[in-house]
Design a protein around this ligand. Structure first.
Ligand SMILES: *Cc1c(COP(=O)(O)O)cnc(C)c1O
Length: 403
C-alpha cells in the first residue's frame, strides 16, 4: 500500500455506507419533488419520507411511525426534547431538570441555557469509571421535576448508562424521560417501549447516514412544543421542507444499524480489546479511561502522562491515523474535556488523552498499524516534552528513559 490511512474516529462521524448512498441518489436527482405537493412527483417524495419514518420507528421498537420526528441532526433533536419538555413542565409549575455532568454539549449547554430562563438543573456526578445509577436519579427527583435526561452511551469514553432502570423509575413517578442515544443506536439493543423511554435522540452521521439529519422519538400523547415555526411539516412540530434524500438515507442506515448487532459488535470488540491491551502494554504510564465492561465495543480512551493530546493528534495525522482527543465538538477550545475531568482526571491527564473509536469499516490491519505507530510516536513526543522531563524528575521515573 502506498500510504496508510486508518480512520479511527467513528464516534466523531462515520463514512456513508454504499447502500445508504445508493438509496439516497434518486432523491437528489430525478425524484426532486416537494413532499407537500399534491402531484405524483411530490407524493412519491412524501411516501419515501413516510417509509423512512416507519423504518426508524421499527428500529427503535416504537409502536407508531407518527412518533418519529425528523430533525437536522442529534443536536436539534436534543434541543427539541429538552427545551420542549421544560416548556411543558413549566405549564404545571415544574421547573426542575435532572441530567448528568457527562452529557454531550447539545444537552449540557441547553440545560445551562434553561437555567438562565428560571429552570433549576441537577447535574448528577459519575464515578471514576464514568458510571452512574438509577438510585442517584431517584434521590434527586423532586415534586417539581419536569424532565430527566441521561445519555445512553457517552461519546468520549463509550460508557453505557442504565437507561432501562432510569426509564422504569421515571415512568413510575410520572416524570418525562429523554435519552440522547446518538452513540447507542447500532451498539446496544434499544427498545423505547420495553425501556420506558419517552423521548430519544439519534443522529444520521454517527451511523453511516449523512450529516445534518437526525430524529427525535416522542411517545404519543406527549404534546411537545415546536422549536422551528413555519409550515405544517412533521405534523407541525418542525417546520421546513423535508430533507428527503437524507431522511431516506437515515431510514436505511438505522435499519442496517440495528441488524445483526451482536455479531458485528463481537468483531469490533475483539479489535478494540487487542488495541487497548496493546497500547497499555507497549506504552508505560498510560491508563484507560472509563469502565472496560460497561462500554460499547469500538471505544478506546487512553491518557498518556507527559503528552499533549493536540500534538499527538497532529503526529498521528502525519502517519495517516485519524483519531481525537476528547470530543471533536470541543477541539478548538483548550479546556480539558468535561467528561474526563468529571471522572476525576487531572487537567494534565485529560489533555493527554486519545480517543480511538473503531467501527464497521475497520480491519485487523488497522489495529496492527495503530499499534506500530502509536508507541513510537508517544515516545518521540515525550522525548521532546519539558512536561514529561519534569514528571520524570519529580516522580523519580526511571523505567522509561529519555534515551
Ligand atoms: C454527535 C453527538 C450529538 C450531536 O449530533 P449532531 O448530529 O452532530 O448534531 C449529540 N449527542 C451525542 C452523544 C453525540 O455523539
Amino acid at each position: 500500500m502506498e500510504k496508510n490511512f486508518v480512520y479511527a474516529d467513528n464516534a466523531a462521524t462515520t463514512r456513508i455506507s454504499d447502500k445508504v448512498l445508493e438509496a439516497m441518489l434518486p432523491w437528489l436527482k430525478e425524484q426532486y419533488g416537494n413532499p407537500s405537493s399534491i402531484y405524483s412527483l411530490g407524493m412519491e417524495a412524501a411516501k419515501a419520507v413516510l417509509n423512512a419514518r416507519r423504518l426508524t420507528a421499527e428500529a427503535l421498537g416504537a409502536s407508531r411511525a407518527a412518533e418519529v420526528f425528523f430533525t437536522a441532526g442529534g443536536s436539534e433533536a436534543d434541543n427539541m426534547a429538552v427545551k420542549g419538555a421544560a416548556q411543558l413542565g413549566a405549564k404545571s409549575g415544574r421547573r426542575h431538570i435532572i441530567t448528568t455532568n457527562v452529557e454531550h454539549h447539545a444537552v449540557l449547554h441547553t440545560c445551562e441555557y434553561l437555567e438562565t430562563r428560571g429552570f433549576e438543573v441537577t447535574y448528577l456526578p459519575v464515578d471514576d469509571k464514568g458510571l452512574m445509577t438509577a438510585d442517584q436519579v431517584e434521590k434527586a427527583l423532586r415534586e417539581d421535576t419536569a424532565l430527566v435526561t441521561v445519555m445512553a452511551v457517552n461519546n468520549e469514553i463509550g460508557t453505557v448508562m442504565p437507561i432501562a432502570d432510569i426509564g422504569k423509575l421515571c415512568r413510575e413517578r410520572g416524570v418525562l424521560f429523554h435519552t440522547d442515544a446518538v452513540q447507542a443506536i447500532g451498539q446496544l439493543e434499544i427498545n423505547v417501549q420495553k425501556m420506558d423511554i419517552d423521548m430519544l435522540s439519534l443522529s444520521g452521521h454517527k451511523l453511516h447516514a449523512p450529516k445534518g439529519v437526525g430524529a427525535l422519538y416522542v411517545r404519543s400523547g406527549i404534546d411537545l412544543p415546536s422549536l422551528i415555526h413555519g409550515g405544517a411539516q412533521e405534523r407541525g412540530k418542525r417546520a421546513g421542507t423535508e430533507n428527503v434524500a437524507a431522511i431516506v438515507g437515515l431510514g436505511e442506515a438505522v435499519t442496517a444499524a440495528v441488524t445483526d448487532i451482536a455479531p458485528r459488535n463481537e468483531r469490533i470488540k475483539a479489535m478494540r480489546q487487542r488495541l487497548a491491551e496493546g497500547i497499555v502494554s507497549a506504552i508505560p504510564h498510560s491508563r484507560i479511561n472509563g469502565d472496560m465492561a460497561q462500554r460499547v465495543s469500538g471505544n478506546v480512551n487512553v491518557s498518556f502522562r507527559g503528552v499533549e493530546g493536540e500534538s499527538l493528534l497532529l503526529a498521528l495525522d502525519i502517519r495517516g491515523i485519524a483519531a481525537s482527543s476528547g470530543s471533536a465538538c470541543t477541539s478548538g477550545s483548550i479546556d480539558p474535556s468535561h467528561v474526563l475531568t468529571a471522572l476525576g482526571l487531572s487537567a494534565e491527564l485529560a489533555k493527554g488523552s486519545l480517543r480511538l473509536t473503531l467501527g464497521d469499516h475497520n480491519t485487523d490491519e488497522d489495529v496492527d498499524y495503530i499499534l506500530e505507530v502509536l508507541p513510537e510516536t508517544v515516545k518521540r513526543l515525550r522525548r521532546m516534552s519539558p512536561m514529561w522531563q519534569r514528571i520524570c524528575k519529580e516522580e523519580g521515573i526511571t523505567d522509561y528513559t529519555l534515551e
